[in-house]
Design a protein around this ligand. Structure first.
Ligand SMILES: *[C@@H]1O[C@H](CO)[C@@H](O)[C@H](O)[C@H]1NC(C)=O
Ligand SMILES: *[C@@H]1O[C@H](CO)[C@@H](O)[C@H](O)[C@H]1NC(C)=O
Ligand SMILES: *[C@@H]1O[C@H](CO)[C@@H](O)[C@H](O)[C@H]1NC(C)=O
Length: 506
């Protein structure tokens, strides 16, 4: 698209910001073509406009706007109104050429010939009604469970007195998107964002709440919960591939976005009751078909704990068909220990201060929940070697407390049964990568100092001992991936095809 290209060509910084958004800074460069597409998809039109406004503030902004208006007027024809492949490909656009159906990249969207907004490659777009992909006969309802940083978040500032820097706002009239939003990650501005998504933790009551003067909700609020995929990030390709097979939002396609800063306690109070209702709704709306859960990364503890602690056997037998878990971190990730103690480089964005990022996340129950623990019968291996003491998995809360992350240590100490490695009692398709070097243990002068890193096996984010917790479950089919990085499951065509195949076969 015109605007997108302008941004990409002139601003390599955008690329690093975009990459950072989708891959959490863990993704190896250079990016493949598929990744670039995923990046593009991750950005909404609004973000691009906002970014452009920020970058072109003084110069040719007006010219850009005029170009867009011009473009819109040329391509505002009947193609845009079509909602299925057959109707789309049998219509003609302004230039007398057939309209183009683009099912995979942009969902149920029909483009005019020559429209710069059309993100499809020429092989991908459909112009011949006879070639329209057949709709699936079987469409098991799918509920998407996103991962850490995988839900869009909005903030509203009611009275944020304690500002990270003088440019930060104190109040806003309404909610605005802070995650993921490119302008909110620009230099200086990002400090405001970090301070806005910080949480307060009360050691006495174990309650967490938003920072003073800030309200945070999932992007778009409750309207985006359930019959929408607008608040979950990275799932565009999968959602669009399902839609191309005839899936419909609110009928057999749903998402369960959640505030990814939160952990088990908050999920039980707030998210699990909603998820239970949503699954029941998906069952009813799809003609009493059992539901497939599809999760990535932190969606694994989120989903496992729901299935093990929140619902019973009878409920699962009635409502759940199966669970497709991708890159499921069933026992967290060692790198979370590093993130909590010394901090990790900020999403691959050069200007993000590691300590600012670390401090903003230190009170997130999510990170405490993602600290690996000692599994029953497991090896109490050393996580961090120091001159005075070697800290093993069973001592990880002491390590955190000694390293300055007292809140996370306290959360871990007080939450019994936090491990999420027990059999969830449903059919599970467990998909993970086993052979990418992954942070595994550390050596440091003391608990709080900058460590040296030891690598083990895993998917680049989660280590193998976390990803393979599902191996011994009762009803599980394991699929091992070769060299596919943690977050790269999102937007990978092979993975998407596998998922679509599973949910569209009896
Ligand atoms: C930590 O473990 C290493 C390797 O096993 C060992 O050489 C060292 O003496 C241990 N350090 C302490 C303080 O126990
Ligand atoms: C957590 O528990 C461990 C072991 O019981 C204890 O040594 C440590 O001081 C506790 N840490 C916190 C922060 O409560
Ligand atoms: C997608 O995953 C498959 C299977 O692991 C792999 O062969 C392929 O290279 C991946 N595609 C991209 C674009 O990374």
């Amino acid at each position: 698209m015109l605007l997108r290209c302008t941004v990409f060509i002139h601003f390599s910084l955008c690329l690093s910001v975009l990459a950072a958004e989708v891959f959490n800074g863990n993704f190896p460069f250079p990016l493949s073509e598929g990744d670039i597409k995923a990046l593009n998809n991750a950005l909404s039109e609004g973000d691009i406009k906002a970014l452009n406004n920020a970058l072109f503030a003084s110069d040719d902004n007006t010219e850009e706007e005029e170009l867009i208006t011009l473009e819109n007027s040329i391509f505002d024809d009947e193609c845009a109104a079509q909602t299925n492949c057959g109707d789309c490909t049998s219509k003609k656009s302004h230039f007398g050429q057939g309209c183009r159906w683009c099912p995979l990249t942009s969902g149920n969207t029909c483009y005019s010939y020559g429209d710069h907004n059309n993100p499809c490659s020429s092989e991908e777009q459909q112009t011949d009604p006879d070639q329209c992909a057949p709709l699936a006969d079987v469409k098991k309802p799918v509920v998407i469970l996103p991962g850490l940083i995988g839900t869009g978040l909005d903030a509203k500032l009611t009275d944020k007195k304690d500002k990270a820097n003088p440019t930060c706002y104190e109040t806003t009239d309404d909610f605005f998107q802070i995650w993921i939003s490119v302008p909110q990650l620009l230099p200086v501005v990002y400090e405001c964002t970090m301070s806005e998504w910080e949480l307060k933790y009360d050691f006495e009551t174990e309650e967490v709440k938003d920072n003073d003067g800030v309200e945070i909700r999932i992007h778009g609020g409750e309207a985006n919960y359930g019959p929408s995929v607008d608040a979950v990030m990275g799932w565009e390709q999968i959602a669009h591939a399902l839609q191309a097979k005839g899936y419909k939002l609110g009928v057999d396609l749903f998402s369960a976005p959640f505030d990814f800063r939160m952990g088990r306690k908050q999920f039980h109070d707030y998210d699990y009751p909603k998820l239970k209702n949503l699954i029941e709704e998906a069952y009813v709306n799809s003609g009493e078909q059992q539901v497939v859960l599809a999760s990535i990364s932190y969606g694994a503890p989120f989903g496992q704990n729901f299935l093990v602690e929140f619902v019973d056997e009878d409920w699962k037998d009635k409502y759940i068909d199966s669970w497709i878990s991708m890159s499921g971190v069933f026992n967290g990730a060692p790198m979370v220990v590093r993130q909590l103690i010394t901090g990790m480089p900020g999403y691959g964005i050069p200007w993000v201060d590691t300590k600012v990022l670390r401090d903003s996340m230190r009170n997130w129950p999510a990170l405490a929940w993602l600290v690996p623990g000692l599994v029953e019968g497991g090896d109490d291996r050393v996580v961090t070697y120091t001159e005075s003491h070697n800290y093993t998995l069973s001592e990880v809360s002491t390590l955190l407390a000694d390293g300055g992350a007292g809140e996370a240590a306290d959360m871990i100490n007080k939450s019994e049964g936090m491990l999420t490695d027990a059999d969830p009692g449903v059919k599970v398709y467990c998909w993970y990568t086993f052979n990418i070097p992954t942070e595994y243990a550390y050596a440091a002068v003391d608990a709080g100092s900058e460590p040296e890193i030891f690598y083990g096996m895993g998917d680049g984010t989660g280590d193998l001992h976390s990803l393979n917790r599902c191996d011994d479950w009762n009803d599980v089919e394991i699929t091992l991936f070769d060299g596919l990085a943690h977050s790269a499951f999102m937007g990978n065509e092979t993975v998407t095809e596998m998922l679509v195949e599973l949910v569209t076969s009896a």
